[in-house]
Design a protein around this ligand. Structure first.
Ligand SMILES: Nc1ncnc2c1ncn2[C@@H]1O[C@H](COP(=O)(O)OP(=O)(O)OP(=O)(O)O)[C@@H](O)[C@H]1O
Length: 258
């Protein structure tokens, strides 16, 4: 039988920074075209898992495959877009235009000091157009609102036409209206371009309206399934279905509480 390839295949990963493992025997497979919401309390290992997927950390036990290649040997990084949690807002005086910020997404293929050709410029404008920010190309990035800057970060991640886009808490500091537009945009990419998406968010209530699958992490993978399976499971909706941050404050770190 011809097995469908996976975009991400994580097998039995254990990772520790110091003594107790942050991730303990986590296995997770993500098929092409999935829109996966990754949820879990603060400190549950979500960002660590993302760093392992990106090959920025090496697991002590287990393996990660990206597009059917061991991440240690993976080199097609233009297939992977990433917007980190720390994609900080630029302050008002930051000396770069929106266009220049997006062009940074091409520095891999173009080379840091190479002149941007016609083709590269067209790609940058297309990426900006896709997120509805083309008319802002010449504006200083620092003058834009948080939500607008977030769109520019997405354009920067999209400019190399990735097949996988990973977003770590992209709506932090963005108002509810802008967050909704942002999720709409992601869902459209997923639907129309088959882009595989992983979205880490504490805003579970909003996020679950858009994703196809949900994974609940808290040191171990407590749940992984379709959105409807998640919504039909009262244990998980009680724990993860609302404001995950509030759960953290009420329960011991690292524990799944009942
Ligand atoms: N570089 C590091 N060195 C030591 N411990 C770390 C390091 N980075 C993260 N940790 C610890 O690992 C655990 C998991 O952190 P991680 O950032 O992966 O969680 P998270 O689920 O992304 O949290 P949040 O929702 O708050 O962003 C936390 O206890 C954190 O303090």
């Amino acid at each position: 039988m011809d097995q469908q390839k996976s975009v991400i295949d994580i097998q039995h990963i254990t990772y520790r920074y110091e003594r107790p493992p942050v991730l303990d025997d986590v296995s997770l497979t993500v098929k092409p075209g999935t829109f996966l919401g990754l949820v879990g309390p603060n400190g549950s290992g979500k960002s660590t898992l993302i760093r392992l997927i990106l090959g920025l950390l090496k697991p002590q036990i287990g393996s990660v495959r990206l597009f059917d290649t061991d991440v240690r040997k993976f080199s097609n990084w233009e297939k992977v877009g990433y917007v980190s949690q720390k994609a900080n807002r630029f302050n008002a005086g930051f000396p770069a235009t929106v266009f220049e910020v997006v062009s940074m997404g091409l520095f891999g293929p173009v080379g840091l000091f190479r002149f941007l050709g016609k083709k590269e410029r067209a790609r940058i404008y297309k990426a900006l157009d896709t997120v509805g920010m083309k008319s802002y190309a010449k504006q200083p990035i620092g003058r834009l609102s948080g939500g607008q800057q977030q769109r520019v970060f997405i354009a920067r991640a999209l400019v190399s036409n990735p097949e996988l886009l990973i977003l770590d808490e992209p709506t932090v500091g963005v108002d509810a209206n802008a967050a909704r537009h942002f999720y709409d945009l992601l869902a459209e990419f997923n639907r129309e371009h088959g882009l595989t998406l992983i979205l880490v968010s504490h805003d579970v209530g909003t996020m679950t309206r858009y994703v196809s699958d949900v994974a609940c992490l808290n040191q171990r993978l407590h749940f992984h399934g379709s959105r409807s399976e998640f919504e039909e499971n009262p244990d998980f909706t009680a724990l993860y279905g609302h404001d995950v941050q509030r759960i953290v404050h009420e329960h011991e770190h690292g524990e799944i509480a009942q």
